[in-house]
Ligand binder design. Structure first.
Ligand SMILES: [Zn+2]
Length: 282
């Protein structure tokens, strides 16, 4: 199993990779640039190349996460162009750092009169970005936490949007366990069904990363509030056990996005390694 957490790049991309290794992680996630802005970053290519080399040397896997304002369903033309430029910049940084791909949230419902409109916009956005992208780094679509009825909460939607794009081979998936629980996709009791459905849809063939989070709210409330894995979260440890025993997830990096003020990530990674790191032959 590969475990790690989201890390800061305040010491650079190489600094994040070194931090991951120091904490005995085997994977990590980072923001390629300022997470609050879509401004294109003139990044440090030497630092990125050193990060890539260090990860190869130490068998570390990484993914990046797009800045918060990144939306695949932008409201206007200006924002749309900003997101496209930003995503191409993110992909370039992700590739230079040797990462698998950049995590991007599924879009939002933007028209109640035409529910298909949001999907159409998303697919157009993805086509526009990916027709200009020749690298190996992928866009990793992440499931939403929203209430059932809002978009991007089901495996069907992720698979279908990928399929309808002109470049499906440049798209993979990120499954966030808190979002899945919040939306009711995985309610803690139905993992076998989720697995069976995902296999049938081909979802697991394209799954590249798990966002490994507990939830501060109960299932089906649509609330995106991450909680530490061990603690008072609503997902029980034995429910996480089921995920860990799933053959389809054995080589997928599990990345913590849990509140580090409640438990330091270094400690949480250690607890996770103790419970799940050994038994599957790490
Ligand atoms: Zn996430």
């Amino acid at each position: 199993m590969k475990f790690g957490c989201h890390l800061s790049i305040k010491e650079g991309y190489l600094g994040a990779a070194k931090q991951a290794l120091a904490w005995n992680a085997t994977a990590f996630q980072y923001f390629p640039k300022n997470p609050r802005s879509l401004l294109v970053k003139d990044f440090d290519r030497v630092d990125a190349a050193e990060c890539k080399a260090f990860c190869l040397e130490n068998n570390l896997q990484s993914v990046s996460h797009s800045p918060y304002p990144t939306s695949l369903t932008p409201h206007d033309e200006k924002r749309k162009n900003q997101v496209i430029a930003s995503l191409l910049n993110d992909l370039e940084i992700t590739e230079a750092c040797g990462s698998i791909g950049i995590v991007v949230h599924f879009g939002k419902q933007i028209s109640s009169s035409n529910p298909l409109h949001s999907y159409q916009i998303m697919i157009e956005m993805l086509n526009t970005v990916l027709e200009r992208w020749e690298g190996k780094a992928k866009i990793l679509l992440e499931n939403n936490a929203g209430l059932p009825g809002s978009i991007g909460t089901t495996l069907e939607e992720l698979v279908q949007v990928r399929k309808l794009c002109e470049y499906p081979e440049k798209i993979g998936f990120c499954l966030d366990t808190c979002h899945a629980f919040a939306s009711g996709l995985w309610d803690g009791e139905n993992w076998e069904e989720v697995l069976e459905n995902g296999i049938e849809l081909g979802f697991f063939d394209e799954l590249e990363v798990i966002h490994f989070n507990n939830s501060k709210y109960d299932t089906r409330l649509g609330k995106d509030r991450h909680a530490p894995i061990f603690g008072p979260g609503y997902i029980k440890v034995n429910q996480f056990d089921q995920l860990m025993q799933t053959p389809q997830l054995q080589n997928i990096p599990f990345i913590l996005e849990t509140p580090k003020e409640e438990i330091p990530h270094e400690k949480e990674i250690k607890l996770i390694q103790e419970r799940w790191g050994q038994k599957l032959g790490r």
